[in-house]
Design a protein around this ligand. Structure first.
Ligand code: SOE
Length: 381
């Protein structure tokens, strides 16, 4: 397929996610046959020098220090938002009003109220939109979706997910400012509920359908931290740990756990799904494997199989190396760009759209509400 059209990208923010996205926009055409070619037109950051250094490293053609200017530039087709959560809504709404396509880092809004306004903006403007819940596009996770949709698991009884980290245990770690905004509730919206559980919820609803109700507990272990921007010790408003039980609309029961206080774990995202006939288990630390158990196998050889997801038949893998050779974390972002661009060609929007991102924010809001009320809560209720 000829790369007939340029897709001019203007990215706002340049942190960790800025690197994953820039890498994806830069590599996608080498591996996927697509009608559009992303062009790294401009990166935007308030610190012009740092933004320039980022632009030089990744090959952006220009730098802006005011996102409003970037959004109004006629040579930009797509605004990609990788700045902190408190900027997502304002930028996305302005970008949609300017007729730009919008891609936004997760979570979509700091809460469902913000996310709903973002959905209204992109749907009113009728512009392509997507949220970067990248773990859907780990080939093993996409294969899990395929196995479930083919009915191999049968009726699903249980969904179990966790996302464990340990990077905020020290009480000396400040909150706020560059790299530490995730600890500042005003900027992040919430703690691990919006940052980590949101990933688990997005994957879960994609694999197992809607969540009907939740009951949750959260805890803030360190109650006060120095704030980098004010220089004062201030109360901590985020949840450090968040656990909830859920009932899915299909009748299955679930448990979810996320924490930044699980010493020894850096990014242990796992899920297990138990169905009538079969079960699957996936672990981000071993992301190219899917564990599969099928009760219908002959008894003497029945057991958990460790599938190595590197064959050309596996989702996305025919675009990469040869069977047996694995890919990693960064490829999930490349897959996401490829699917977004393919959606532009086919007219069938690639998920998760902003509307899907709103559904996740409705669940995270319900989790936080339940942790306060001590009651079961309904997403969107
Ligand atoms: C937090 O440490 C974090 O970077 C999240 O913000 C990402 O979404 C997750 O994928 C990895 O951990």
């Amino acid at each position: 397929m000829a790369r007939e059209k340029k897709l001019n990208v203007g990215m706002i923010g340049y942190g960790f996610m800025g690197r994953t996205h820039s890498n994806a926009f830069g590599k996608v055409n080498q591996f996927f046959d697509l009608a559009h070619e992303p062009v790294l037109k401009a990166v935007c950051g308030r610190d012009g020098e740092k933004a320039k250094a980022f632009a030089d490293n990744w090959g952006y053609e220009s730098v802006e220090t005011d996102w409003r200017k970037l959004v109004s530039r006629p040579d930009i087709d797509l605004i990609d938002i990788v700045s902190p959560n408190d900027t997502h809504a304002e930028i996305a709404i302005a970008a949609a009003a300017a007729g730009k396509m919008v891609m936004c880092e997760k979570p979509l809004g700091r809460n469902a109220g913000e996310a709903a306004k973002m959905v209204a903006a992109v749907e009113r403007a009728n512009v392509p939109n997507m949220v970067w819940y990248n773990y859907r596009r780990v080939p093993a996770v996409t294969l899990a979706k395929q196995l479930i949709d083919e009915g191999r698991l049968g009726k699903i009884f249980h969904y179990r997910a966790k996302f464990l980290q340990d990077w905020t245990i020290s009480k000396d770690l400040p909150q706020g400012g560059a790299a530490l905004w995730r600890l500042d509730v005003g900027v992040a919206g919430s703690g691990v509920t919006g940052d980590l559980l949101a990933h688990c919820i997005d994957t879960a609803m994609w694999l197992n359908g809607g969540i009907a109700s939740v009951t949750a507990v959260t805890e803030t272990f360190i109650k006060e931290r120095m704030h980098n921007l004010t220089g004062r010790v201030e109360p901590v408003g985020i949840d450090d740990a968040s656990l909830f039980l859920a009932r899915f609309s299909n009748g299955s029961l679930a448990s979810f756990e996320a924490t930044r206080y699980a010493r020894g774990h850096k990014a242990l995202y796992t899920f297990e799904i138990n169905g009538e006939h079969a079960s699957i288990f996936w672990d981000l630390h071993d992301l190219h494997r899917l564990q599969y158990f099928d009760h219908r196998d002959e008894g003497i050889v029945r057991g958990w199989r460790s599938l190595h997801i590197t064959d050309g038949d596996h989702p996305y893998m025919k675009h990469w190396w040869v069977p047996g050779l694995q890919i990693g974390y960064e490829h999930t972002f490349i897959h996401q760009v490829a699917d977004f661009i393919e959606g532009l060609r086919s007219g069938k929007a690639a998920a998760p759209t902003f509307r899907d991102g709103l559904a996740t924010d409705e669940v995270t809001d319900a989790v936080l509400r339940s942790a306060k009320s001590g009651q079961w809560e309904r997403p969107g209720g």
